[in-house]
Design a protein around this ligand. Structure first.
Ligand SMILES: C[S@@+](CC[C@H](N)C(=O)[O-])C[C@H]1O[C@@H](n2cnc3c(N)ncnc32)[C@H](O)[C@@H]1O
Length: 186
């Protein structure tokens, strides 16, 4: 291990394979090769790279804040002073996928770049606070075309579940305990 990055600073990706399975199942069942989608909150880009391998275009959105700037759902790896490492991990993992468009900005800022009904799918996994999830759903659900998909992570969290219930109702499918609540815009 490089001395510059002691083990505790290097975030482990998907330590729990059960959660990985939920996302893989969701992607295999719902993503289609022609999909143009947006992912809110890409972190180290693992989910982004899986989406990219199964969709036409992935707009990956994350402010990837620099040291000292935190959001309500900033992973521990960003809090310990190595946020740039997270961004580098994202870039290293994703640069092989030429169909990823990276937007280093908040969900709110990025939402202004998309027209109504432009996307086939939006996957919400950014700030998990109740108000933020509600805002993300409101900002993004109109960007999805009829018959498209809105999905997200951490449906088991109280605030996430409440926001989803209020804005979208009951998911048509939930993968594993937490992963990928999912609703189709009909
Ligand atoms: C749980 S991680 C995303 C994990 C990733 N989707 C995956 O499955 O590998 C949450 C990410 O959301 C980002 N985030 C927090 N607030 C955000 C906001 N307002 N807009 C966009 N991204 C945000 C954080 O910087 C963090 O990288």
């Amino acid at each position: 291990m490089d001395e510059q990055y002691p083990a505790k600073w290097v975030p482990t990706v998907r330590p729990n394979l059960k959660f990985a399975k939920g996302l893989i199942d969701l992607i295999e069942k719902y993503c289609q090769p022609h999909f143009v989608m947006a992912e809110i909150g890409v972190w180290q880009g693992e989910s982004t790279s899986w989406f990219a391998a199964n969709c036409k275009t992935v707009h990956g959105i994350d402010p990837h804040p620099d040291e000292g700037v935190e959001t309500a759902n900033t992973p521990d790896s960003l809090k310990d002073g190595k946020p740039i490492l997270v961004r580098r991990m994202f870039e290293l993992r994703c640069r092989v996928h030429k169909n990823i468009v990276y937007h280093q900005m908040t969900s709110e800022m990025a939402s202004k770049l998309f027209a109504a009904g432009q996307l086939d799918m939006v996957y919400i996994d950014g700030d998990h606070a109740y108000k933020a999830v509600k805002q993300d759903i409101l900002l993004w659900k109109g960007k999805i075309k009829k018959g498209g998909i809105i999905a997200g992570h951490d449906y088991n969290l109280k605030g996430v579940r409440q926001a989803v219930t209020e804005e979208l109702g009951k998911p048509i499918e939930v993968f594993t305990i937490t992963h990928g609540c999912l609703n189709c815009e009909r």
